[in-house]
Design a binder for this molecule. Structure first.
Ligand code: NI
Length: 137
């Protein structure tokens, strides 16, 4: 973690009121914390735009494990890309449904590609990629 520096920002009164309302709704500890999170969010989103930038994220998948060959295909794809897959968490939701959270790390373009391929497999009910961070966070 680098040193904390202070800077002042000029902003319209009305915009600041809206921002304070936002902080209350989000239950952010302080205004500074909210600003830091928003800056990181923007920088992370930008890093994910550039294909070669090293980033990290999670892919959450919900699927029916009875679907023929789905688990084998998911497993194959992950084993073929061990350089991008950091870890996998599996939870059995009920008799049919499984939830899997895959932690990804690597170049943004490759992560988006592997996430699309996994999410696009036949039998996946829901798939959501969360762009968690950029390098150095
Ligand atoms: Ni399961």
């Amino acid at each position: 973690m680098s040193d904390i520096v202070r800077f002042s920002v000029s902003v319209e009164e009305e915009l600041l009121e809206q921002f304070d309302d936002y902080c209350r709704r989000q239950q952010t500890a302080t205004r500074s914390e909210a600003v830091r999170q928003l800056i990181r969010e923007k920088l992370t989103a930008e890093a994910w735009q550039s294909e070669s930038h090293d980033v990290a994220g999670t892919l959450t998948l919900v699927y029916d494990h009875h679907r023929p060959q789905l688990q084998e295909r998911m497993m194959e794809l992950q084993h073929d890309h061990t350089e991008l897959i950091v870890s996998t968490l599996h939870a059995h939701l009920d008799h049919d449904l499984c939830l899997e959270v895959i932690v990804l790390r690597g170049p943004a373009g490759k992560l988006q590609n592997i996430a699309s391929r996994l999410r696009g497999l036949k039998g996946i009910y829901r798939g959501e990629l969360v762009m968690a961070s950029a390098q150095g966070d």
